[in-house]
Design a protein around this ligand. Structure first.
Ligand code: TXA
Ligand code: MG
Length: 321
């Protein structure tokens, strides 16, 4: 594997060109985005896309997001109605993924055989430079082994996938720390398939209507939401401040705590964040640090549901299940 440090704002064009040619030739390139690191392949090359599933150990019925470097590229991949066009104008580049009706040439390896495709334009200069140089939409899930916490820095990518990728671009830690919000715009309403970096409140204000939550039918349509996810190797327990004591079965002296409220028990490691957004930025890395330190259990504080807190709740819930 090639490994390069790059400047997020001003990535070396030679390194970008090298990674882009790997993508064009059907290889795998891990790269930073504003949300989490992605594991990229040429999204129009079915054999390259299959390599993503093999490297991650990802179930093949879980579709991928295509990453674009310009909003206009969406029209060559999906049907864009007025509502979708306005949404793109308002939220791209940024942590919002749109599920739209796919055009027929989008490979079934990307859509997992669905009639829809997920599109996103990341808000990260190095990611945009790479996609632009590759001259193709870049299919990219989070760059972790399937089921593991998403990588928020290059060390986490190397630990999970170092022996399975062709190149890793390291631009340091990400901003958001949780994945993009995924909404489905194929129906009349707006379906929230996955809470994420774009706050639900902001979307509701934009659309002027409440987001619908996926019933069983939509859950079938977004297969990724079915699996246990984001989970470290250690058991994760939820602590609701003020409501419950730390469960008796947990020994704080061999456990780590993460959250915003100082716990009364004395944990082997305590990581406190001063806001929901720093909690979101640091949680997945915290999971991995606690693992590496040989702790036995992780206790995480249940955050409030405002802003990024809704996405934090979703990831904590899945990690603890
Ligand atoms: O922030 C992110 O979105 C990151 C970075 C790398 O861009 N990517 C990411 O990809 O989180 P992934 O594959 O880990 O999650 C994609 C989610 C999954 O829940 C998947 O099921 C859903 O998007 N998805 C993809 N295509 C879909 C489609 N056509 N219909 C419904 N859900 C879809
Ligand atoms: Mg993922």
């Amino acid at each position: 594997m090639f490994y390069f440090k790059i400047d997020r704002w001003n990535p070396d064009p030679n390194i970008i060109a090298r990674a882009a040619s790997i993508l064009r030739d059907g290889g795998l390139a891990a790269f930073p985005t504003e949300t989490v690191y992605g594991l990229g392949a040429n999204g129009l090359n079915p054999d390259a896309v299959k390599k993503i599933f093999r490297a991650k150990g990802r179930p093949v019925d879980n579709p991928l997001i295509l990453h674009l470097s310009e909003p206009g590229q969406a029209r060559s991949l999906a049907e864009i109605d007025d509502r979708a066009a306005e949404t793109i104008k308002a939220f791209w580049p940024g942590p919002l993924t749109l599920v739209l009706p796919a055009l027929p040439h989008v490979p079934r390896e990307v859509t997992a055989g669905l009639s829809t495709v997920a599109l996103r334009m990341p808000d990260h200069p190095a990611a945009l430079a790479l996609i632009d140089a590759a001259q193709c939409p870049v299919a990219a899930p989070s760059a972790n082994r399937s089921g593991r916490p998403s990588p928020t820095d290059a060390e986490a990518v190397a630990a999970d996938l170092g022996d399975r990728i062709d190149i890793l671009l390291d631009a340091g830690s990400v901003d958001v720390g949780l994945e993009s919000t995924v909404i489905d715009l194929t129906g009349r309403g707006v379906l929230l398939l996955r809470p994420g970096g774009a706050p639900a409140e902001k979307l509701e204000k934009f659309f002027g209507e409440p987001l619908e939550s996926p019933g069983d039918d939509a859950r079938k349509r977004s297969p990724g939401t079915r699996y246990r996810h984001y989970a470290p190797a250690l058991p994760v327990s939820i602590w609701r401040p003020g409501e419950e004591e730390i469960p008796r079965s947990i020994d704080p002296s061999t456990s780590g705590f993460m959250g915003m409220t100082p716990p009364s028990a004395h944990f082997a490691r305590t990581v406190l964040f001063d806001s929901e957004s720093s909690y979101a930025r640091g949680m997945f890395a915290g999971f991995r640090h606690f693992e590496a330190e040989g702790l036995r259990h992780i206790v995480v504080e249940w955050p409030r549901s405002q802003g990024i807190g809704l996405a934090l709740q979703d990831r904590i819930w899945r990690a603890s299940n």
